[in-house]
Ligand binder design. Structure first.
Ligand code: SR1
Ligand code: MG
Length: 411
């Protein structure tokens, strides 16, 4: 019989005392529920001085931001804990530490990261953490390599693909990224000023075909154990530090999906900057996002190549030139998936603070229109095998330089 029950603050404290491996459990006294994501309960467990010592996270049996009308598997807590444990094994510096988890209660105890900040919140305030792109590139390259066919035997890889099968959470992504934004869906959320642009997206045949190809890859290409939702809200930062959290969407999928999700969110911040800051600050902010993307990709590329050279176990895949060919495909996929993230975060059910924080309506529409335009261009151009975008970040930055200004459209 299932022991599942929804935790209150007292349950969370009792759980942390028993399973937190904290040196002085009797000092853990109170819990604050601080979850602000779309899905889970998150408790900060504090001592007598009010200092946060541990995190207790529990999966609710439904989508929190919608309510009980959208039931959702609590098995996602097991998948999240196991994905983070696997990533921590390969990249301890950049993955939150899971201290304990219980699949029945769908609960886990995690290290406290109160000395870090959610990257998205910092980006919206214009606070920079230089080197974050590098750290993110190293994290993704490392966890992707050690869970890929370059490293694992065919037998072990297939066992892991099964173990990390995550159909319910993947279906959310399949619908939210590749289907709902291009059809009428009651959960899509956008202002009526954007309606003509949204209609043009759904009527655009080359775009819909390119999105279909991206969805098909997402469904069928088990390249590595992905984080599965690595947007700037799943990343904690501090000076010279980065920790990934929130991996309940973890599964074996195309490596470019993780990179694309991360790049898409940096581009959303790029589009939002003129609406969030003065022109001078916005320019610096946009420059910093380009630097993040450049560092993310170049460090991913270098780190993955080095790992293949030093640790690949499959002699056929390790043959000279193949890793580079694979990485070119990963880059192309990343651009396409970045485009889908831009579009779904602008008109779908899960908007981002970068755009929502723009107070002036005209400026917000301009930023949203630009995000839709950029998303569209990335998806279609990445699908064109001859396009210069395939050769690295420079062509992406050229595309950013020629993005239309949308003030006139929203007026
Ligand atoms: C129903 S969940 C909506 C979104 O929130 C999560 O953070 C994922 O990004 C998901 O797509
Ligand atoms: Mg999340």
């Amino acid at each position: 019989m299932s022991t599942y029950r929804i935790f209150n603050a007292d349950d969370a404290v009792a759980y942390a005392k028993t399973y937190g491996h904290y040196a002085h459990p009797e000092q853990l006294l109170q819990a604050d529920e601080i979850g602000d994501g779309n899905l889970n309960l998150v408790f900060k467990i504090r001592d007598a001085q009010g200092i946060s010592r541990l995190i207790v996270k529990q999966a609710l049996p439904y989508v929190r931001c919608v309510g009980e009308s959208w039931p959702l598997t609590t098995d996602r807590a097991r998948l999240e804990a196991e994905t983070l444990l696997a990533h921590h094994r390969h990249s301890p510096e950049h993955t939150v530490r899971i201290i304990h988890y219980d699949p029945e209660l769908a609960v886990m105890v995690q290290e406290d990261l109160s000395d870090h900040f959610i990257w998205r919140n910092q980006l919206v305030q214009g606070i920079e953490y230089p080197g974050t792109g590098q750290r993110l590139g190293n994290y993704l390259a490392t966890v992707h390599f050690y869970t890929s066919d370059f490293y694992l035997s065919g037998r072990e890889k297939k066992a892991q693909v099964q173990r990390f099968s995550n159909p319910e959470m993947c279906q959310i992504t399949e619908d939210l990224f590749f289907t709902d934004p291009y059809t009428y869906h009651e959960l899509n959320r956008y202002d009526s000023a954007l309606a003509p642009l949204v209609d043009r997206l759904s009527a655009n045949a080359p775009l819909r075909t390119a999105v279909a190809a991206l969805k098909h890859q997402f469904l069928s290409h088990a390249e590595a154990l992905l984080h599965g939702d690595i947007h700037s809200g799943s990343i904690f930062v501090a000076p010279n530090r980065l920790k990934a959290i929130d991996a309940e969407f973890g599964f074996f999928g195309p490596a470019g999906f993780d990179l694309g999700t991360a790049i898409g969110n940096l581009l959303l911040n790029h589009c939002a900057a003129p609406g969030l800051f003065t022109p001078e600050v916005a320019q610096n902010q946009q420059h910093a996002r380009r630097t993040d993307i450049h560092e993310l990709w170049t460090h991913y590329h270098t780190c993955f190549n080095q790992l293949v050279a030093q640790h690949a176990n499959d002699p056929a895949l390790a043959v000279s030139g193949y890793a580079e060919q694979f990485l070119q495909k990963v880059w192309r996929d990343s651009l396409g998936y970045a485009g889908t993230e831009l579009i779904r975060r602008t008109i779908g059910m899960a908007p981002v603070a970068d755009l929502l924080s723009i107070r002036d309506e005209q400026q917000r529409w301009a930023a949203e229109s630009q995000a839709l335009h950029l998303g569209h261009s990335l998806i279609v151009q990445a699908a064109d095998s001859q396009h210069p975008l395939h050769h690295g970040c420079d062509a992406l930055f050229t595309l950013l330089n020629v993005l239309p200004e949308y003030a006139a459209v929203s007026a």
